[in-house]
Design a protein around this ligand. Structure first.
Ligand code: SAM
Length: 327
């Protein structure tokens, strides 16, 4: 049987629908005070590649710590949950996912994998690579925006659903609860849901992770303006914006902004809109909430999910939480 017979790709949102959603979000976000943009718009093909580069930076402790944790817990997790399919939200390059897939294969369980991402390029790439690497499984790639509920594949099998990289941190409590409630509604009692949480820690370490010395995060941040220029015929002078990332202690989150170095007005032709900014004014492009175990337990309240297991590294940098449907 050829490899392609193992792969299906489902496109829940096409480029035109995404552009329409982007138009609405950008009109609202840049029309508000303070100005904001949603982080999902970083991730065109270039943004996804830049994020992969970020994950390899020395300052970005998150990826290597989560990978180590996965290596530590994978075997036990697979034994306890017994998953035959892995379903992954915000899969990106799925660099760490192989740790889970290897453990499922070694236990003789692996039958399916579903990467879900709004960015089509990594979904296609991962689907191809993993179909080669694990010929015994079916791959169902889903190109979708998980801001609205996504039909999760492999409902007929016990699944490990995962959401790694602390992408959940990009949601505030209200958005996080809505997302988690939507996931809970689709889980069966046999499924486990593994979520990666970046933990609260000292300011210097947090701020360094978002202000790397090579400027990759700054380029990733500015990429959202390139996306708006291309998709919405905007005329941002990308170089007129400076990257700013800092720890907001009272809110418990890293904030990323793009700050203007001069007063400017920018037209966004597809929206028939012009925005003007003063010197030093910023657009907030990402929030990244950091957690404690208590904060995670509070986040889960009313979502229909309960924390069954919690694993952290020796330095308390990052945590993996195994969630199960309640009742
Ligand atoms: C922080 S990266 C994490 C990537 C990978 N899971 C990791 O741990 O390195 C977030 C990923 O989620 C995807 N993403 C962000 N917002 C999304 C949305 N609303 N719907 C679907 N995918 C989204 C991005 O395209 C990106 O691949």
């Amino acid at each position: 049987m050829g490899r392609s017979s193992h792969i299906t790709l489902r496109r829940e949102i096409d480029r035109e629908a995404l552009r329409e959603r982007m138009a609405e979000d950008v009109r609202e976000g840049l029309g508000s005070n303070p100005k904001t943009l949603k982080p999902k718009y970083f991730y065109d093909a270039r943004g996804s590649r830049l994020f992969e580069e970020i994950t390899r930076l020395p300052e970005y402790y998150q990826t290597r710590t989560e990978r180590k944790l996965l290596r530590r817990v994978a075997e036990d997790l697979v034994r306890d949950v017994g998953p035959e399919a892995l379903v992954e939200y915000g899969s990106g390059d799925a660099g760490k996912t192989v740790v889970l897939l290897d453990a499922m294969r070694d236990a003789g369980l692996l039958r399916g994998y579903a990467p879900i991402d709004v960015s089509p390029e990594p979904v296609r790439k991962v689907a191809d690579e993993f179909a080669d690497r694990y010929p015994e499984m079916r791959v169902e790639g889903v190109i979708a925006d998980f801001e609205t509920p996504v039909d999760l594949p492999f409902g007929e099998l016990p699944r490990l659903v995962c959401f790694l990289g602390s992408t959940i941190g990009n949601m505030n409590v209200e958005q996080g609860r809505e997302f988690l409630t939507g996931v809970a509604e689709q889980l069966t009692p046999a499924d486990g849901f593994l979520v990666g949480f970046d933990l609260v820690k000292e300011r210097t370490r947090l701020e360094a992770a978002y202000n790397d010395s090579q400027g990759v995060t700054a380029e990733f941040n500015r990429n959202v303006l390139r996306v708006l220029n291309r998709e919405l015929d905007a005329e941002f002078d990308v170089d007129a914006f400076t990257h700013l990332a800092f720890w907001n202690q009272s809110e418990g989150r890293i904030e990323m902004h793009l700050v203007t170095s001069e007063p400017l007005c920018v037209s966004i032709d597809a929206l028939d809109m012009t925005i003007c900014m003063e010197e030093g004014e910023s657009i907030r492009t990402e929030l990244s909430y950091k957690y404690t175990r208590e904060r995670v337990e509070r986040l889960l309240e009313g979502t229909g999910l309960a924390l069954e297991r919690w694993a952290t590294d020796a330095d308390d940098l990052f945590a993996l939480g195994l969630l199960r449907r309640e009742g």
